[in-house]
Design a protein around this ligand. Structure first.
Ligand code: TXA
Ligand code: MG
Length: 360
C-alpha cells in the first residue's frame, strides 16, 4: 500500500480552510474514510490514525497498521452534538457540564455506548470513549466524511506518539492510506481520559485538560488505582492501554530529579557506562549554571525548552524522544517535572516511557 501525504496549505500555524486546494484535500481524506480507508490526521494533541468508527472492517485496519492488540479500545472522534448522540446513550449531567466546558478540546469521556458502535471499537466494553477534537482539520474531515472517526495515536503500538506528519510516516508509511499534514500539533500530549459516571470520577489517563479544571466544573476526581495495573491481565483492565510501558522510545529512558547537579551526575554516570547518551536538556533547572548546562549538552542533546514553561515542554516532549532515538541513543536522560496541571501529564508519559517491566 502506498501512503499518500496530503499537505494542507498553512498560514503560519493557521489552517486556511477556504482555499480550494485545502478543500479538495479534505474531500479526498473524507472520501477515503467514508469508503473504509485509514487516514492519519492532526488533532490539537497528537496525530491520530482515523477510520470509520461504525465500520468494523475499517476499524480492524487500525489495529493491523499499528500492531495494536484487539483488547485495547479506541477513542471515537465526533464533530458535533448530533454525531455524539449517534454513538452514545444517555449523557449524565456531570458529563454534560464537562462537554459544555471543554469541547471541542482534549478531554475524552467514557459514556454508555449506542448499539451502532461495534465491539471492535470498545473491545467489548459497555462504555465508549468519545471526544470532539479542537482542530480545524480534524473537525472538517470528520464533518465531510459524515461518520464518527475512531482514532488512536498514529504510532506503532507502545511507541512514542506522533506530533508531526513525518513522525506518522516514520512509523506507518506503507501501512495506511493517507496522512493529512497540517504541521506540528499544539498540545503535544494526549487527551485526558475520564469516566464521569462514577463518584468520584476516575481519571484513567492524565492529559491536556488538568484535574483542577475538571474538578472546578464537575466535582471530585481520583486517579485510577495503580494496584490494578499489576494484579490484572491487560485485557481485563477497565482502561487497558493506559498502564505500564507505553509512549516509549527504543532507547532506555532514565528519569532524573529536576536539578542541574542531579542531571550532571546522571549524564556522567551513563556516559561512563558506554553507549550513546542523549539528554533532554531544559533551561532553568534549579541549581543550573552555564558550565553545568554546557557539560550535559556536550554530547547528543535535544533542547527541550524552558523549565518554567511546561506547555512548551509538553508540546516538544515526543519530538525530543523521537529525535534522540533517531540519533541512535542507547539511553535518554530526562528531568521529571513535579507540578500539577500539564506537568502531571508529562510525568505520566515519562514514567510509562521509562517502565521496563513489560515488553509489548
Ligand atoms: O489525544 C488523544 O486522545 C489522541 C488523539 C488522536 O485524539 N488519541 C489517543 O488514543 O491517545 P489512544 O488509543 O492512543 O489512547 C486512548 C486510550 C487508550 O489507553 C485506551 O485504553 C483508552 O484510551 N480507552 C479507549 N476507549 C476506552 C474505553 N471504552 N474504556 C476504557 N478506556 C478506553
Ligand atoms: Mg496511544
Amino acid at each position: 500500500m502506498r501512503t499518500k501525504c496530503l499537505e494542507i496549505e498553512m498560514d503560519g500555524s493557521e489552517v486556511w480552510l477556504e482555499s480550494s486546494q485545502t478543500r479538495s484535500l479534505l474531500d479526498e481524506a473524507a472520501a477515503l474514510l467514508r469508503t473504509g480507508g485509514t487516514v492519519a490526521m492532526p488533532t490539537e494533541t497528537v496525530y491520530g490514525l482515523g477510520a470509520n468508527a461504525l465500520d468494523r472492517e475499517a476499524v480492524a485496519k487500525i489495529f493491523v497498521a499499528k500492531d495494536r492488540p484487539r483488547w485495547d479500545p479506541l477513542i471515537v472522534h465526533v464533530c458535533d452534538r448530533e454525531m455524539l448522540e449517534r454513538v452514545v446513550g444517555e449523557i449524565s449531567s456531570p458529563a454534560e457540564r464537562l462537554i459544555k466546558a471543554f469541547w471541542p478540546g482534549p478531554l475524552t469521556l467514557l459514556l454508555p455506548r449506542s448499539a451502532l458502535v461495534p465491539d471492535a471499537v470498545t473491545a467489548g466494553r459497555p462504555l465508549v470513549a468519545v471526544r470532539m477534537p479542537a482542530h480545524a482539520v480534524a473537525l472538517e474531515v470528520i464533518r465531510r466524511s459524515g461518520v464518527p472517526i475512531a482514532a488512536p495515536s498514529a504510532n506503532r503500538f507502545g511507541y512514542t506518539s506522533p506530533t508531526t506528519a513525518q513522525h506518522v510516516l516514520d512509523d506507518l508509511d506503507g501501512r495506511i492510506d493517507a496522512v493529512l499534514d497540517a504541521g506540528p500539533t499544539r498540545c503535544g500530549v494526549e487527551s485526558t481520559v475520564l469516566d464521569p459516571n462514577q463518584r468520584p470520577m476516575v481519571i484513567y489517563r492524565p492529559g491536556a485538560i488538568a484535574r483542577e479544571q475538571i474538578e472546578a466544573v464537575a466535582g471530585a476526581t481520583v486517579d485510577w488505582a495503580p494496584a490494578e495495573i499489576r494484579t490484572e491481565p491487560r485485557e481485563a483492565m477497565v482502561s487497558p492501554g493506559v498502564g505500564l510501558r507505553h509512549y516509549a522510545p527504543r532507547a532506555r529512558v532514565r528519569l532524573v530529579e529536576a536539578n542541574g547537579s542531579a542531571m550532571k551526575l546522571a549524564v556522567e554516570w551513563e556516559r561512563s557506562a558506554g553507549g550513546t547518551v542523549g539528554v533532554m536538556a531544559a533551561r532553568g533547572l534549579a541549581g543550573e549554571t552555564p558550565a553545568l548546562l554546557a557539560s550535559i549538552t556536550a554530547g547528543e542533546s535535544f533542547l527541550w525548552g524552558e523549565w518554567s514553561k511546561p506547555e512548551m515542554l509538553a508540546e516538544r516532549l515526543y519530538a525530543g524522544l523521537r529525535e534522540l532515538d533517531g540519533r541512535g541513543c542507547a539511553v535518554i536522560v530526562c528531568p521529571v517535572p513535579t507540578g500539577e496541571g500539564i506537568e502531571a501529564a508529562i510525568r505520566d508519559r515519562l514514567r510509562k516511557a521509562a517502565f521496563r517491566g513489560d515488553a509489548e
